[in-house]
Design a protein around this ligand. Structure first.
Ligand code: C2E
Ligand code: MG
Ligand code: MG
Ligand code: MG
Length: 281
């Protein structure tokens, strides 16, 4: 179902008698219930390994299929959940679903790794860190199959606390990826301080890297910088063949984007893995 996997084009529309604030308050109230009703779903977007030329991992992306409002974009309800104190429960739910799907793919003989987005806000919460560690431990998954994606967001107001949470996850065996790299503020100091395994170059630099000279230089030098630091590099938002060729030539490790595949429900991913993506790549 394309609309389900592509919730990103859908936003809640304000009706005449409901302003954005009213809408946000009512959505927040419905969020817990939405999980119970199965309205919150997880779709997966593949990451293609350019050296192995196959899909080795996926990113979990949350979708809300709202009973009356239709599909809601995570860009709408994630910030809402963060402000309203609901993001920890929502994140634990997404991690739980992702682990279940990873275990299922492992059972059918196609072990892949999976990444979940963790809001910067949560990295300051000891109780969340403990709950997440417990969830991973009790699930029976090999923590090596999991990656947590975090952003260099300004909300990371407490870098010490964030670093300590990330060290806890690393000690457990989970990998850490820096998402939307290049759009944040204290980029270089985070690179030095945080225990990272991977950098994801933000779509805004990647998308036209093959045709815009400045973008190309930034992407290429970021790949080199990451490799010098011993990190893998993912380019996100790859939509064109020419862009893919540019990234291959630049030594990028992994690519993600509509050219490879849109985010899809777990059942469709299995068939993508069966078919392979050689047509696209
Ligand atoms: P992100 O983690 O940077 O995820 C990448 C976003 O880019 C996704 O949007 C994905 O569908 C979209 N995308 C992927 N390939 C392409 C492409 O080739 N072209 C274009 N134009 N877009 C592409 P989505 O799913 O709407 O998610 C938006 C953001 O919401 C995510 O950005 C992430 O920050 C947040 N998010 C999504 N799921 C979760 C979640 O479970 N927890 C948290 N905390 N945040 C989430
Ligand atoms: Mg991400
Ligand atoms: Mg990103
Ligand atoms: Mg993003």
């Amino acid at each position: 179902d394309r609309a389900l996997s592509e919730g990103r084009n859908w936003h809640a529309h304000d009706t005449a008698d409901e302003d954005a604030t009213d809408r946000d308050v009512s959505l927040l109230g419905e969020l817990d219930e939405a999980i119970g009703k199965g309205e919150i779903r997880v779709v997966y977007q593949p990451k293609l390994d350019l050296k192995k030329n196959r899909i080795v991992s996926v990113e979990a992306l949350v979708r809300w299929h709202h009973g009356t409002r239709g599909f809601l974009s995570p860009d709408l309800f994630i910030p809402l959940a963060e402000r309203g104190g609901r993001i920890d429960g929502l994140t634990l739910y997404v991690v739980e679903r992702t682990i279940a799907d990873l275990l299922q793919w492992q059972r059918v003989g196609r072990p892949i790794t999976g990444a979940v987005n963790i809001s910067a806000k949560l990295l300051g919460s000891d109780s969340f860190t403990q709950a997440l560690v417990k969830l991973v431990r009790c699930s029976g998954i090999q923590p090596q199959l999991l990656t947590f994606e975090v952003t260099e967001s300004a909300a990371m107001t407490d870098p010490e606390a964030a670093a300590s949470a990330l060290h806890t996850f690393r000690a457990l065996g989970v990998s850490i990826s820096m998402d939307d790299y290049g759009t944040g503020q204290s980029t270089l100091s985070y690179l030095k301080r945080l225990p990272l395994n991977e950098l994801k170059i933000d779509r805004s630099f990647v998308q036209f890297a093959h045709q815009n000279r400045a973008d190309g230089v930034l992407v290429r030098s970021t790949i080199d910088l990451a490799h010098e630091l011993g990190l893998k590099v993912v380019a996100e938002g790859v939509e064109h063949e020419d862009c893919l060729a540019f990234l291959r030539n630049s030594g990028c490790d992994l690519v993600q984007g509509y050219l490879i595949s849109r985010p899809v429900p777990a059942a469709e991913l299995s068939s993508l893995l069966d078919k392979g993506v050689s047509q696209a790549a």
